[in-house]
Design a protein around this ligand. Sequence first.
Ligand SMILES: *Cc1c(COP(=O)(O)O)cnc(C)c1O
Length: 391
Amino acid sequence: MKRIYMDYSATTPVKQEVLDAMLPYFTEHFGNASSIHGYGQDAKKALEASRATIAGTIGAPADTFYFTGGGSEADNWALKGVMKANKNKGNHLITCKIEHHGILHTCETLEKEGFEVTYLDVDSEGMISLETLEAAIKPSTVMISIMFVNNEIGTMQPIAEIGKIARKHGLIFHTDAVQALGNVRINVDELNVDLMSFSAHKIYGPKGIGGLYIRKGIKIQNLIEGGAQERKRRAGTENLPGVVGFAKAAEIANENLDAHIEKLTYLRDRLVKGILESVEYSKSNGHPTLRHPGNVNVCFEFIEGEALLLSLNAKGIAGSSGSACTSGSLDPSHVLMSIGLPHEIAHGSLRLSLGDFNTEEEVDYAVESLVEVVHKLRMMSPLYDKVKGGK
Ligand SMILES: *Cc1c(COP(=O)(O)O)cnc(C)c1O
């Protein structure tokens, strides 16, 4: 059976050109970038060229970009590092309820250590309110961390405006841009951002490598202690194949950004339209227009998300659900709860995230399959029976 991947927000395949760029750094150019000899010099050169490439795609000077072991580490570093280094200014951090767990769990840890965190609500489309944000600022506030693009419902926050508010009040502004990179044009100055988290495996690069942009002058403590790598800010021998792959992926994403956005937006709109038109009791989640070009998140009433995923998987379609049953918890995702969906509806949610290798045929097949699968599952639902029986 042909398999169709529609889970690009979970991870992406490494593109062939990216792999080709990486391979020599496992074998011929295997040197440690800290070594003095030729092997080390070659590694160092590739490391700094990669840094410049990635920084260039976000309009940042090369020496403000630091490599990390992924997006989660960048999120941890930004929050823990800034809050701990700026204790003299205060202990308050403002974030929002639909952040990635890389942010939310880090905030919980900070709270246990005596820091204070405000978690802003979002509206039914997943947007924070700028007025509520500004009202939450107090004399002890040090930092604002609001994600750029949500990984579940795709909603894009007004980052430049949030940055303006941060500037106006002299606050440090971090954004988790893991889902934004490669899907929206990014310029750290135009967005008024001080720190930004990235991950390579969401943009057709390898897993286990990411980065943190840190504006010059921002005080931040180290998270990983040890050697003097990354200008003494992030210890550990550099993951050079990862670094080179990340740079290649960022370069490709940047060159093809407009075409990528246009293609995904077309496929996404076709998919959503197809689903909403042909499946009754279905609803699209997230913002209608200010959203990730490839993100589709839909709720189906009288359906259990896990059953839906398994049935779709049987038809070769790989998606993901908004319910967290697989992780041992019965609660639906914190994101779907935050946009105000009732439990039972949040449980029937499906995320299909599209990427560069999807086609129109696949989208049409997904709609067809969904119609079939949803119908079959509803036939087994006593609740649906009741609703239909009453008609
Ligand atoms: C995937 C993701 C992360 C985590 O990145 P990793 O490299 O997997 O650690 C953080 N934030 C968002 C929004 C993500 O989508």
